[in-house]
Design a protein around this ligand. Structure first.
Ligand code: TPP
Length: 688
């Protein structure tokens, strides 16, 4: 192995040696502890340390790194206290994730390390968002994201690199090519000659280097970092290396030919670097022994400091505190009143009077302003852009074209190209980018062109956005606008109601307005909320309904339902289009006294308002456009049965769309929709 010293001073060379040795010695200690049954298994980086260590050393300490499961050298390279790392690996309360995450699946804002999720690939697009933030702030910084050779086959690899290239983002993408993805050799993973060749396809520069040569790694990444900043471009680096241990500790390596180990042991990054330092007279055997001894003592001392006693102790038990577990699912919301017109912001403060108060505010402050649903969303978005200079809009065709539904028409002129961003067709990468922006203190609203297309960004929503705060305390300040619903003859892939998918995911908020007033106020609240909010907008309401719309910047509180009208015969609990159907039905049947509750927020639900409505009538119909099985109606019905049984005079009933995909033909679609069975269900309930 050839080492190029260049002009590196002796202290740097020695420091690099120490940094390289440390993770190796930690893992060697962990291997002993594992054999003694004192710790649980992890993903070993033995043999690959030069990549993590060299890369981290080449970065500034306040530049974000997105490491993976084999990158212990990133964590030690950022000088994270070892005792706390040990606590993390044992799932202890005092680790970095309060016992909620395993081995390396955690992040630390303080150390600018973003926690990976188990899914390979999504970490790459978070780097897009971080580097977009650097670019917008005109900071001289890059972010750095790791992937394995196996991970390059994921769609997320393609999307993230493509966005980085198209948006000229300063990012270093590092592929650690260690020959295997679990047991799958690279020959079964890809067909290009070298992975770095992929860079060209993205219009990106790239280089392949010896990943076991610490100086090559450090010097290359240092140079690439400066290049990325200067030229405002991403860069792909393929580091050739080898995994000396099993995929995860204790999983074996039977599938790897023995000669490979013999070959690669000769290329060991530490042994070779040590030899070089001795040859250059920078270190001698005595000094090396001394350094090793220092490392060993530090590891032992840190182990003692941690909860774990090397003399035979065990993992300290966590005593779960349920309210704390639930509380950490969401980042605390800031008081919105600070930012808004207080008289309107506190709309829903008094639960019992919320609805009358709501109506009063609507009529008092809206004056003569009557606007369509679509205008309300546009105004909420526009006022939020004015309110938050750090708010970025992203979506397909949202700039010059104004979006598929023209909601952002004119925004490009008003707010500029940096904040109103057309995206390539890559929903997953854009959700990841939104999260990356949040890491750097930005807010973002992403427009899904149609709610149906969220399926291709699903992983980022469900596993990254939703879980990140609970896992390691980072919030995802992201709103995803979801033009949803049927009734417009758009067929199975432009008509779905998919809100229930998200209601089942702790960590998200799910909002679904049915009036222009609520649409604007809820959108403003969603943008002010530091948590990820799925904001559903029924397409068929955009231009078909109008209502009073105050000019002010105001919030409608998330988590509060709206009593649309009060009745005593039957309650219809619904949201979105269901509210329009229910209201039309009630207007057409004055002989029935119908109580209508608009849930407005589906997660978290307003149980108090639900109870009140049930109490008003004793007969409840849950109505929604979504299909029946697994819809919100089932959840609310179960809650009512369990908590309001004494109020009920009839079984709780549900009226939902047919359990089929949404058909294209108008007659079929009409038959599909819940509305076609509404009368039948109400009569059934009334006559019970
Ligand atoms: C999306 C996804 N699919 C499958 C897995 C299971 N899995 C975990 S690690 C791994 C192999 C990864 O190989 P590579 O990217 O080369 O990284 P390495 O482990 O070799 O460092 C697989 C298949 C996963 N974590 N995520």
């Amino acid at each position: 192995m050839e080492f190029q010293r260049n002009n590196l001073p002796e202290e740097t060379l020695i420091e690099l040696y120490k940094k390289l040795l440390f993770p190796r010695m930690i893992e060697e200690k962990m291997l002993l502890l594992l054999r003694q049954g004192k710790i649980s298994k992890w993903f070993s980086g033995i043999g690959q340390e030069a990549i993590s260590v060299g890369a981290t050393y080449a970065m500034q300490p306040d530049e974000w790194i997105m490491p993976l499961h084999r990158n212990l050298g990133v964590f030690t390279g950022r000088n994270m206290p070892l005792h706390k790392l040990f606590q993390q690996w044992q799932g202890a309360e005092d680790g970095y994730s309060k016992g909620r995450e395993r081995s390396f699946h955690f992040g630390s804002k303080e150390h600018f390390i973003c926690g990976m999720i188990s899914h390979l690939g999504p970490q790459l697009a978070i780097a897009d968002g971080v580097s977009l933030a650097y670019k917008l702030k005109k900071e001289q910084k890059v972010s750095l994201a790791f992937t394995g050779d196996g991970g390059t086959s994921e769609g997320d690899f393609h999307e993230a690199l493509n966005v980085a290239a198209v948006w000229d983002l300063p990012i270093i993408f590092i592929i650690e090519n260690n020959g295997y993805g679990l047991s799958t050799p690279v020959s079964e993973q890809f067909r290009c000659k070298n992975l770095v060749d992929k860079a060209q396809g993205y219009g990106m520069e790239g280089v392949q280097i010896d990943g076991n040569n610490i100086l090559a790694v450090y010097e290359t990444i240092k140079g690439v970092r400066e290049h990325c900043i200067k030229n405002q471009k991403p860069y792909l680096i393929e580091c050739m290396t080898f995994r000396m241990r099993g995929h995860e500790e204790a999983s074996g390596v039977k599938y790897v030919p023995k000669e490979m180990f013999e070959q690669w042991i000769e290329k060991d990054p530490i042994k070779n670097y040590e030899r070089f330092l001795i040859e250059e007279n920078i270190l001698d055997n005595l000094t090396i022994a001394h350094i090793r001894n220092e490392c060993k003592n530090l590891i032992e001392a840190e182990l003692k400091t941690s909860f774990f006693s090397p003399e035979g102790g065990s993992v300290e038990k966590i005593h779960p505190v349920t309210p704390k577990e639930l509380e950490d699912v969401y980042a605390p919301s800031l008081s919105s009143a600070k930012k808004s017109n207080a008289s309107i912001t506190i709309l829903s403060k008094e639960n019992d009077t919320v609805n009358d108060h709501d109506k009063n505010v609507q009529s008092a402050s809206s004056g003569d302003r009557v606007f369509r649903f679509v205008d309300a969303i546009k105004e909420g978005l526009q006022q939020s852009m004015l309110q938050h200079p750090n708010l970025i809009l992203m979506g397909q065709d949202i700039a010059e074209y104004g979006g598929a539904f023209k909601i952002t028409e004119g925004f490009l002129n008003e707010f500029g190209k940096e904040r109103v961003r057309n995206t390539p067709l890559c929903e997953s990468a854009i959700v990841g980018t939104a999260l990356g922006l949040s890491l750097e203190g930005f807010k973002s609203v992403m427009e899904m062109q149609f709610a149906d297309f969220v399926t291709v960004g699903f992983n980022q929503v469900i596993n990254n956005l939703a879980k990140i705060h609970y896992r390691w305390g980072q919030n995802a300040d992201v709103v995803i606008r979801m033009p949803t619903g049927a009734g417009v003859g758009a067929g199975p892939f432009h008509s779905q109601s998919n809100e229930a998918w998200f209601v089942h995911t702790p960590g998200l908020k799910v909002v679904y307005p049915s009036t222009p007033f609520d649409a604007k106020g809820l959108l403003i609240a969603a943008i002010n909320d530091p948590n990820p909010v799925m904001f559903f907008e029924h397409k068929a309401l955009y231009r078909s309904i109008s209502g009073p719309l105050p000019e002010e910047y105001y919030e409608v509180e998330i988590g509060k339902a709206r009593q649309v009208r009060t009745g005593h015969d039957v309650s219809i609990i619904s949201y979105g289009m269901g509210i329009i159907w229910a209201t039309e039905y009630a207007d057409a049947h004055p002989e029935i006294s119908i109580d209508i509750l608009d849930l407005r927020t589906l997660l978290p639900l307003d149980y108090k308002a639900i109870r009140t409505s049930v109490n008003n009538t004793g007969k409840v119909l849950l109505l929604h456009e979504d299909t029946l099985i697994g819809g919100i109606g089932g959840e609310v019905a179960a809650w009512i049965a369990q908590n309001c049984f004494e109020f009920l005079d009839a079984p709780v009933m549900r009226c939902a769309s047919l359990d089929t995909p949404v058909p294209f033909n108008t007659e079929l679609e009409k038959n599909f929709l819940a509305k076609s069975r509404l009368d039948e269900m109400i009569q059934k309930l009334i006559n019970y």
